[in-house]
Design a protein around this ligand. Structure first.
Ligand code: BGC
Ligand code: BGC
Length: 842
């Protein structure tokens, strides 16, 4: 295999940092911060906000403030989720903002047509500006996670996730994507997108790696300003936040991509200099380009949560970087600050958080914050400062003059969602993001007038090629019909091939009726978002794709792999079994962009050469999770910046296939599968004589009050049957795990069960840490379901009413307490994202 070295110019570029900060403000040389977690503001770049404080605007802010009651002021600093707040409540509590989380949509329907979004925007706007109660009537801002196009709305153009855009390394294209995305949001009357994410990911175990442009701060800092400019227009020009543009939001400040072991919402142990030079690199340029909202991060820095970090939120972000907008929190992130809960956190507000993101907790939080202002725990000066910051952004963005959402220039132009012009931009982004890792015998690009087999479970799956944050939070369960304007990779290939007179056959498992000249196999990771995507190692776990590739090769058919993933992964066996291998990341709705790269044109000429280059280093082993350019011992399989062009003649030798991951991680979301406890969880019976672990396929508790035996449902022994003869518990138990972030995200325990009979007494469901045992009475539910068929129930973690602290040490994520007469079958128990079905009962 040829060795790929970084070019000298690339290395030189990497040595520099923060192109947008002028030299007069370059920070002094890095100094050693001996006390970790302590901030030295003087080492951070000093710059001023590019947006002047205009006297007329400042006077208007002062006038509004003078008129507002303290209740109105407190309402202004609170943001609620549309699934948990009504327009009437927005009016009553004078809320400053609403958002829709990844699982929230109008009418509680993730497939709500665009018109419903616009109608709801009108309702919130009317409610917030209603002055019939004598209030000031300040228009509320609506924020949405349009992180790869306006991805919550059916029909929108879905762009490649950021990891692919990083590989494209095309700042100008980022501006265009920002503008197109803004336009597709503006048609629904929404004001603000929670994007771009400017995390600089250093550990690819993190489930949000795909939301990051690069492991390299250089790309991220260039892109940060370009995306902000695309969404908002050029700062201080006439187009800035005009009708064609809207508010962007850089996130998550700061250190989100640097947590220990890549754990989502974890602790970042970087030095202050690393925080500045790596993780914060995108902030100064984003602010220079006019960023007006910064989202605080869930992570801690040396044990202190960012939501409560005054040194970073105020002394660095505001005082040094010249940020003059407002800081919004992340989804109940304030609740994780020491001493706080989701409904009470003066500490975060006093540290510089200007707006709480309090999706479901807003009402109690409102009451507590109001009380804290009245008691002086929050000073009136601090409240006025936060409200002024929010009003300033609302004024700069033109919200007061914009009028009813449906009356705005782009409102209702739904033909723009997934328009041909917008899709062309996304398709270009797909082409530029693909990285060619292997191309033996210069197999690619293929002649389109050939006989092509398209195989692999991801070949005809727009949901999978789009990944997380697509229609739903996790992006799972989407069908091709959910993307009326999208094209799967297979569909893209089919149109290229048939147009050129070739023939194409789709067969997921790799069989064919006509022997193909070439087989294209599309496979990769299933969609995920946030902590649900955290992994122990970057091994691509065997799927049928490897067997398909091997079988095709054994038949002498050349194979092309198209690999979909949100992170670089160890795929040595798959690479060996492929003649050509393309890292396609998560390309989104434009499968045609993949076909563009795989095929020559109808005249057999190369249409596009591969220009994508790795913005993340590619692992040599499954445990290469902290593989970053410039790190001591850097030894990637494919270095940062690698990517073949079609003229490259390098030929690969076999890669090592024998490596095993050396990392193990706690499984904190799957407990019972096919009737077996999932490692490291144990299935335990407990009665008055003590605990008994279930080991074989039949087990009785110590005093005989309950017994378990294997039973059959869809397959042999794929379930267990539990029968009570007395008072006893069945539980899944292990060493303590932290479920607080899952609870905050409104996740639910999903139980696949069948009730054979129900006892006359009480049956309770519970979760437990030492001494925090809590019950949900399900006696009546069981009686109702007795004798019925299989059921699937989702019970919200939050229904158990545990404190954040208790949730950090759960030893029993599932327990069932019952008595004589109950018999139940259980197949699967796991945590899932609540897409609207979860309740507090079975
Ligand atoms: C995520 C943010 C997102 C917010 C609103 C949080 O859980 O961390 O990136 O903007 O939810 O959906
Ligand atoms: C996400 C939200 C999502 C929610 C699920 C949060 O962590 O960021 O956007 O809707 O969890 O309930």
């Amino acid at each position: 295999m040829t060795k790929h070295l970084l070019s000298l110019s690339l290395l030189a570029a990497l040595a520099g940092c923060n192109g947008a900060v002028d030299t007069a403000s370059v920070p002094p040389p890095a100094m050693q911060s001996s006390e970790h977690g302590k901030i030295h503001p003087e080492i951070w770049p000093k710059q001023n906000s590019p947006i002047a404080r205009e006297p007329a605007r400042e006077a208007r802010i002062a006038m509004l403030l003078a008129k507002m009651t303290v209740e109105e002021k407190v309402g202004q600093v609170i943001q609620a989720d549309i699934a948990s707040v009504t327009p009437e409540e927005v009016k009553e509590y004078h809320l400053g903002s609403v958002l829709n989380g990844g699982n929230s949509a109008p009418n509680n329907d993730n497939h709500s047509p665009a018109i419903e979004w616009l109608k709801l925007a009108d309702k919130f706007w009317l409610a917030s500006t209603d002055t019939s109660d004598g209030g000031v009537g300040i228009p509320a801002l609506w924020g949405i996670d349009a992180v790869h196009g306006n991805n919550n709305v059916v029909g929108a153009t879905i762009f490649p996730h950021n990891i692919g855009l990083g590989a494209a390394n095309d700042p100008e294209l980022m501006r265009e994507i920002g503008t197109v995305t803004a336009r597709e949001i503006l048609v629904t009357g929404i004001d603000w997108t929670f994007a771009p994410t400017i995390a600089v990911v250093q550990n690819d175990r993190w489930g949000r790696t795909f939301e990051s442009f690069s492991e390299n701060p250089e790309i991220v800092s260039t892109y940060a300003g370009m995306v902000v400019e695309g969404v908002q227009g050029r700062v201080n020009s006439e187009q800035f936040l005009d009708n064609d543009h809207m508010l962007a939001n850089v996130k998550h400040f700061v250190g989100d991509g640097g947590t220990k072991d890549g754990i989502d919402q974890g602790d970042t142990l970087a030095t202050e200099e690393q925080l500045r030079d790596i993780h914060a690199a995108g902030y100064p340029p984003a602010i220079q380009h006019g960023a007006l909202v910064v989202m605080a991060s869930f992570n801690s820095w040396h044990g202190k949560k960012m939501h409560g970090h005054r040194g970073l939120l105020n002394d660095v972000l505001v005082e040094r970087m010249g940020f003059d907008g407002f800081v919004v929190g992340d989804w109940n992130g304030h609740g994780q600050v020491a001493g706080c809960s989701n409904v009470s956190c003066a500490a975060a507000f006093n540290a510089g958080l200007d707006m709480f993101m309090a999706p479901d907790s807003w009402k109690e939080l409102y009451k507590n914050t109001l009380a804290q202002v009245k008691s002086g725990e929050i000073s009136m000066a601090r409240l006025d400062e936060a409200v002024s910051r929010i009003l300033r952004v609302k004024l700069i963005s033109g919200l007061f003059e914009a009028g009813l959402p449906s009356s705005r220039p782009y409102a209702g132009k739904f033909e723009l969602l997934g328009s041909a012009e917008h899709r062309a931009v996304a398709r270009e982004a797909v082409r530029k993001s693909l990285v060619l890792l292997k191309n033996n015998e210069q197999l690619l690009p293929l002649a389109p007038n050939s006989t092509i087999l398209v195989a692999g479970s991801a070949a005809n799956n727009i949901g999978q090629q789009s990944g997380g944050w697509t229609l739903t939070w996790q992006g799972s369960g989407n069908k091709n019909s959910d993307f009326p304007n999208g094209e799967s990779i297979y569909q893209g290939i089919a149109s290229a091939v048939t147009a050129a007179g070739g023939s194409v056959e789709l067969n997921e498992s790799g069989e064919f009726s006509q022997r193909p000249d070439v087989a294209i196999v599309v496979f990769g990771e299933q969609p995920y978002a946030e902590f649900q995507g955290d992994v122990a190692d970057v091994d691509f776990k065997p799927e049928d794709s490897l067997a398909i590739l091997k079988s095709l090769q054994a038949q002498g058919i050349p194979t092309v792999s198209v690999f979909l993933s949100g992170r670089p992964m160890w795929v040595n066996p798959e690479i060996n079994a492929s003649d050509a291998f393309v890292a396609a990341w998560l390309p989104g709705s434009e499968g045609g962009g993949v076909a563009d790269m795989l095929f020559r044109d109808a005249q057999d000429k190369v249409q596009y050469d591969f220009s994508g280059r790795l913005s993340f280093s590619w692992p040599r082993t499954p445990s290469d999770v902290e593989l970053n350019l410039g790190k001591p011992g850097y030894d990637p399989l494919f270095a940062y910046g690698y990517g073949l062009s079609v003229t490259d003649t390098s030929v690969f030798s076999e890669l090592d296939e024998t490596l095993d991951p050396t990392i193990t991680a706690q499984n904190d979301s799957r407990y019972l599968f096919a009737g077996d406890a999932v490692q490291p969880w144990r299935l335990v019976l407990n009665d008055k004589a003590g605990e008994t672990q279930v080991t074989g396929n039949a087990q009785r508790s110590a005093a005989g009050s309950v017994n378990v035996k294997a039973a059959d449902y869809l397959a042999q022994e794929d379930t267990i049957e539990v029968t009570w003869q007395g008072d006893a518990q069945l539980l899944l138990q292990g060493s303590p795990v932290n479920l607080s972030r899952q609870s905050t995200a409104d996740m639910a325990i999903q139980i696949d069960y069948k009730v054979i009979s129900a006892s006359e007494g009480t049956t309770a469901l519970y979760i437990d840490c030492d001494g925090c045992d809590t019950n949900i009475d399900i006696s009546d539910d069981l009686k109702l379901k007795a004798g019925q068929d299989w059921q699937k129930a989702q019970i919200k973690l939050s229904c158990f009413g545990l404190s954040n602290d208790a949730l950090t040490r759960i030893k029993v994520p599932f327990g069932l307490r019952s008595s004589e007469g109950t018999a139940i079958q259980l197949k699967e128990i796991k945590l899932v994202s609540n897409e609207g079905a979860a309740r507090c009962s079975l």
